[in-house]
Write a protein that binds this ligand. Structure first.
Ligand code: COA
Length: 318
């Protein structure tokens, strides 16, 4: 039997402050109608007292506790983020102490932009061993800190949040199936770092990113299915990065996916970069929609440009 990767528990943490479209209308020339129609977003969360680490810790602790996994058997802790509070130490190293993980745990942050969680799944699977077959993958983002609240074309899109998954190596008839890639491009989406000479704000050509997304997602999904020897009938849920409800609907229509197979929670949170997919997984868990034996297909895409899709089997989820 081949080795695959399975989901054992999820967790999430969101800032308390809800920011509605109406709240943003007071800052920029926009409307609830425009935002809902063009993006599907109704509200998002913004950090006030929370930060990127506190959200990561909240999500990771919830997932680890729920999993019942002994921290001594965790081989790796990876945090995917483009918003780390510190360049060093990494958020993952800080989490090591908060979660009581042993010194032998590999801890590092990974920047795969909005494809980060799916990149992380692939990377963490290579670090798990028979003795220590568990990994903690956390995605924590505070995009409100990188938003220019004078730019209506970007500031309405993004929100803050963290999601976490405890994953494990499993026997699988499919093995590790994933399709990943990147297409070097600074023109359509870039965020200068805090050390750059210009302000650290999100710059985006929305239509170009939209076209990239609707082109790459179906091709990525096809390639994952081919590797697994599955058709879409063999997949229970496609969990796409939540950047725009129109992107998700466009892909669903193209692939003839019924709405119940295509999860969407963008209305409540907006785009939280790599945190969208694990928060979606935790929402699914809390809605009682995940059970052992299910096959999920998370797909991310974003800055870089990057994309990634993978088969994620649901284990004995707690
Ligand atoms: N409120 C009101 N009007 C707005 C607005 C807002 N918040 N933002 C932009 N507009 C205006 C534009 O100024 C433009 O006006 P004009 O026609 O007078 O020039 C008009 O709306 C259309 O703008 P456009 O950029 O063509 O809109 P769009 O339909 O492409 O929607 C996005 C914009 C950003 C929502 C959409 O392109 C998108 O979601 N792209 C993908 C982004 C993405 O996936 N990012 C993820 C990276 S991880």
């Amino acid at each position: 039997m081949k080795k695959g990767i399975e989901l054992l528990a999820t967790g999430s943490a969101l800032p308390a402050k809800v920011v509605t479209n109406e709240d943003l209308r007071r800052l920029v020339d926009t409307s609830d109608e425009w935002i809902v129609k063009r993006t599907g977003i109704r509200e998002r969360r913004h950090c006030v007292g929370e930060n990127q680490f506190s959200l990561a810790a909240g999500a990771a602790q919830a997932a680890l506790e729920r999993s019942g996994v002994d921290p001594a058997r965790v081989a790796a802790c990876i945090v995917t983020t483009i918003c780390a509070d510190n360049i060093s130490p990494s958020c993952a190293c800080l989490l090591q102490r908060a979660l009581g993980l042993p010194e032998q745990t590999v801890c590092f942050d990974l920047n795969g932009a909005c494809a980060g969680f799916v990149y992380g799944l692939q990377v963490i699977s290579g670090l798990l061993t028979e003795d220590r077959p568990y990994g903690i993958l956390v995605s924590s983002e505070t995009l409100s800190r990188l938003s220019d609240f004078t730019d209506r074309s970007t500031c309405v899109l993004f929100g803050d949040g963290a999601g976490a998954a405890v994953v494990g190596l499993c026997d699988s008839p499919y093995g590790l199936c994933g399709d990943f890639g990147s297409r070097s491009n600074r023109e359509v989406l870039y965020i200068p770092s805090a050390t750059a000479s210009e302000p650290s704000y999100i710059h985006m050509e929305g239509q170009a990113v939209f076209k990239f997304a609707v082109d790459i997602i179906p091709r990525c999904i096809d390639r994952v299915l081919q590797q697994a020897g599955l058709t879409m009938d063999g997949v229970d849920l496609v969990v796409m990065h939540q950047a725009n409800a129109r992107i998700i609907d466009h892909v669903a229509k193209h692939l003839k996916l019924p709405p119940e197979k295509c999860f969407k929670n963008i209305a409540r949170y907006g785009n939280m970069s790599s945190a969208c997919i694990p928060i979606a997984l935790d929402d699914l868990y809390r809605e009682g929609r995940l059970s052992a034996g299910m096959r999920l297909l998370p797909v991310g895409f974003g800055g870089g440009l990057t994309w990634g899709g993978a088969l994620l089997e649901v284990g004995d989820i707690k």
